[in-house]
Design a protein around this ligand. Structure first.
Ligand code: CA
Length: 373
């Protein structure tokens, strides 16, 4: 081993060693020449067009993203549709088209996708997310500055339709934009007698995706399911994809466990404790945490409170792709000056490897600017 090589090794380790200390210009340079930072279009270009519409996916594609996200749920007739929720009433007119087809959940009406056939779901108009105000009986948009409710024409698409859009654009542009597919609520589908993960992986295989060189990530909030996909299902189907373990707050009820017939929230706490990342690394290639799990919302611009999550995940050989980077009013945390500053902090001070964003054009422009420097 030459002296020069040893010196290079020492230099390399000392840079990695100070990952979480006060950021210096040389560290920023080090991050810059590292791996390309990924921009993942969260539900498409959902800041501009209704989430998961094919239009939002096409706009995201045109922005030059690396990956486009699909959230996948199952219909009554076992088709896979691209929807964020396993119910239909936040983004469609199901309440007026099928007023009686709901189930009561804690006294609230829920129109579940799994209770409708694909041809019924295709009759619905899709729009931006909204809430029904029971007092005034009017629809309140979740994001008032985004695309207006029920304007133009959008519908729920199948996973196949979305893959064909992205593969078609890959053909016509010569690019290779990837899929970032989330298996939604596998616990719920299993309880309803459906194996959503098996169905989703089979569709991917049918469309020619099969191994880790293909631009595909599979993400899931349910660790039991992510582990099952890793340990058993991928081998059964004959595929091998990169897996991302999403991390939720327990009180979101994102993942439920049935105990004596009652669904109780899965306890995610172990993931954020020392040793948690190493345990996840036994079955996943990366994690998708909520932004505040990395940088505390109590942070200020001159005092960032940064958790060990990214450091520990990297030490375990995993990637970190936090969610969700939004440019809407009041959704840039107080410790960042603006959307770009927020990206700068996460990518180049904390060192995350990719971000889920509703504003893919802004994130792509930012990364290009930094990486061409
Ligand atoms: Ca998702």
């Amino acid at each position: 081993m030459t002296t020069r090589f040893i010196f290079m090794l020492i230099a390399l380790f000392s840079i990695q060693g100070c990952y979480f200390q006060t950021t210096t210009e040389s560290e920023i340079t080090e991050h810059k020449i590292g791996e390309h930072k990924l921009v993942i279009a969260h539900r498409g270009a959902s800041g501009y067009l209704p989430e998961h519409s094919l239009a939002a996916k096409a706009m995201a594609y045109g922005s030059g993203v690396d990956y486009i996200e699909q959230d996948v749920v199952m219909t009554k007739d076992d088709k896979l549709v691209v929807l964020h929720d396993h119910y239909l009433h936040r983004v469609t007119d199901v309440m007026t088209v099928f007023p009686e087809r709901y189930r009561l959940v804690d006294g609230n009406k829920h129109w579940f996708a799994i209770d409708f056939t694909l041809s019924e779901i295709k009759q619905l108009k899709m729009t931006e997310g909204f809430k029904l105000d029971p007092k005034s009986n009017t629809l309140i948009p979740n994001y008032p500055n985004r695309f207006p409710l029920f304007k133009s024409s959008f519908s729920v698409s199948t996973l196949e339709e979305e893959i064909e859009l992205i593969q078609g654009l890959n053909h016509s542009t010569g690019k290779n934009i990837g899929l970032y597919l989330e298996i939604k609520a596998p616990w719920f589908h299993r309880h309803e007698g459906k194996d959503i993960s098996k169905a989703a992986l089979t569709v991917l295989k049918n469309y020619g995706y099969s191994n880790r060189q293909d631009k595909v990530f599979i993400q899931c909030f349910d660790p039991i399911e992510t582990k099952r996909i890793h340990d058993q299902l991928m081998a059964d189907i004959g595929v091998d994809f990169k897996l991302i373990q999403l991390i939720a707050q327990n009180d979101w009820n994102e993942t439920m466990i049935y105990q004596q017939g009652t669904a109780v929230p899965y306890d995610y706490d172990w993931m954020l404790k020392p040793g948690g990342m190493a345990k996840i690394a036994e079955y996943a290639d990366g994690v998708g945490p909520w932004k505040p799990m990395i940088i505390s919302e109590d942070s200020t611009s001159d005092n960032l409170i940064i958790s060990d999550l990214v450091k520990d995940a990297h030490a375990a050989g995993m990637k970190v792709h936090p969610y969700t980077f939004r440019n809407d009013p009041f959704l840039v945390p107080a410790y960042a000056d603006n959307f770009e500053d927020m990206l700068d902090i996460f990518f180049y001070k904390v060192g995350v490897d990719g971000v889920f964003t509703d504003y893919p054009d802004l994130a792509v422009n930012f990364v290009r600017k930094k990486e061409s420097r």
